[in-house]
Design a protein around this ligand. Structure first.
Ligand code: HEM
Length: 417
């Protein structure tokens, strides 16, 4: 069968998308009573918005959806970088994805957690002497040091503040306009130049870094043609490791927020086993907004659920909406970690970091690392320090991307335990 799907009328609905943010797709799905509708975005391009587990499955079917030409320029200029893995398809994508996945061994995941714990412990000593600590800003710095150390990127003590702020700008600027956007573009240029020099130094033997690190592996990586990536693309991919590790700061703040705001959660976690921590962290990733949607393009003409997709159509997978889909989650707008207790795992329903398969598709290679760092931060917040949460504006916007509590989570009377 073929049918006309609902259309969100207008020549360009980008403004509505900016105004409604994470809820733009959800609001229209509710209004139209369908998980699929057509709109015009990004300079009036036709786009098909889809949500739900079947939509995730279709979106990650590479015979239907490709990434070539899907990422908006402003996103490549800030978040992703040019010629990054996010924009690749087929054999060359799989080859490069193998490089990313090879960095995520159990041993290397233990390493990153160890580095993170050590850096956090050192930071707590400093926080103890301060009147007030802004968790988001502090987590950005701890994670920047952790990311660089883990990735083999030498980072001078004096440069921590600068590099941390540049790395933050990469993910803070992609959806922004004006100065907040430009900060991200300048930061990308500066970070790429810095890393390109380090990559050359590794290649010509002037800089020795441990073999298992991302910097080493990426500098010496050979693509499916047996060639090194040029230094620019290599820098883009090293940033694809260290930038998103810094972005875990957003989730750490939401972990702290849930601990503070959700009654009874903290008590459940004291002296709890690892699986209780894991459920809490999964619920934070499901419940709070972070990545709004993923973008692809129809590879060919095809029919799906009654709609004629035309080759080249932009397709937006509603990530936030799928994580809150009423057919997939009972009481989706309530924070209930226990929902994960006996839940059958599926690659198509919990999709804060994309869905489908890690190796063959675009699902986030950093998902395990993210979960481990979040679990560790939860343990550190509960068992390794005491703190007071003074009165502040902890509300978070559904328009700002990425969303964050307005106050960035202020703590005082920090004490290590
Ligand atoms: C891809 C989210 C952390 C590296 C993605 C995608 C999402 C995502 C939504 C896109 C999926 C798609 O296009 O279909 C997040 C969130 C994180 C996070 C919310 C929390 C901070 C990480 C970490 C790393 C990482 C820690 C690396 C250490 C990547 C890379 C890709 C990716 C390289 C592109 C994969 C590909 O195109 O095949 N992530 N991510 N991310 N992520 Fe993450």
């Amino acid at each position: 069968y073929r049918e006309q799907i609902p259309i969100d009328k207008g020549f360009d609905n980008s403004l509505a998308m900016m105004r409604e943010g994470y809820l733009y797709i959800t609001n229209r799905r509710k209004r139209f009573g369908r998980d699929m509708f057509e709109t015009r975005l990004l300079g009036g391009q036709k786009a098909i918005c889809i949500a739900g587990d079947e939509a995730v499955k279709m979106f990650y079917d590479e015979s239907k959806i490709m990434r070539k030409g899907a990422a908006p320029k402003r996103v490549k200029q800030t978040l992703f970088g040019e010629k990054a893995i996010q924009t690749m398809d087929d054999a060359s994508h799989k080859h490069r994805k193998q490089l990313f996945m090879s960095l995520m061994t159990d041993k290397r995941l233990e390493d990153v957690v160890d580095i993170f714990k050590k850096e956090w412990a050192a930071a707590v000593e400093v926080w103890e002497s301060k009147n007030e600590v802004i968790l988001y800003n502090e987590a950005i710095k701890v994670l920047a040091v952790t990311a660089c150390n883990w990735a083999g990127v030498p980072l001078d003590k004096d440069d921590v503040d600068l590099r941390a702020s540049q790395l933050e700008a990469l993910f803070d600027s992609a959806a922004a306009v004006g100065p907040r956007h430009w900060k991200g573009r300048h930061a990308r240029n500066a970070l790429e130049l810095w890393l390109q020099q380090l990559i050359e130094d590794v290649r010509n033997g002037n800089l020795k870094v441990p073999e298992e690190t991302a910097l080493h592996q990426m500098a010496l990586y050979r693509d499916s043609n047996g060639e090194h990536l040029n230094t620019h693309v290599t820098a883009v991919e090293v940033l694809n490791i260290i930038r998103p590790i810094v972005a875990i700061a957003v989730y750490i703040v939401f972990v702290a927020l849930a601990l503070f705001e959700k009654a009874g959660e903290k008590e459940k976690l004291s002296n709890a086993e690892d699986d209780v921590y894991e459920m809490f962290v999964q619920e934070v990733r499901r419940y709070y907004p972070f990545f709004p949607f993923a973008a692809g393009r129809a590879r060919e003409d095809f029919l799906w659920k009654g709609h004629d997709f035309k080759k080249g159509n932009l397709v937006l997978l509603d990530i936030y909406g799928t994580n809150h889909h009423p057919n997939l989650w009972e009481n989706p707008d309530q924070f209930i970690p226990e929902r994960f207790k006996e839940r059958q795992e599926s690659p198509y329903d919990l999709v804060p970091q994309g869905g489908g398969d890690y190796y063959t598709g675009h699902r986030c290679p950093g998902e395990w690392l993210t979960v481990e760092i979040m679990k560790s931060s939860l343990d550190l917040l509960i068992n390794r320090m005491d703190y007071h949460v003074p009165k502040q504006d902890l509300s978070y916007s559904m328009m700002r991307m990425p969303s964050l509590p307005k106050s960035r989570f202020v703590m005082n009377q920090v004490k290590k335990i």
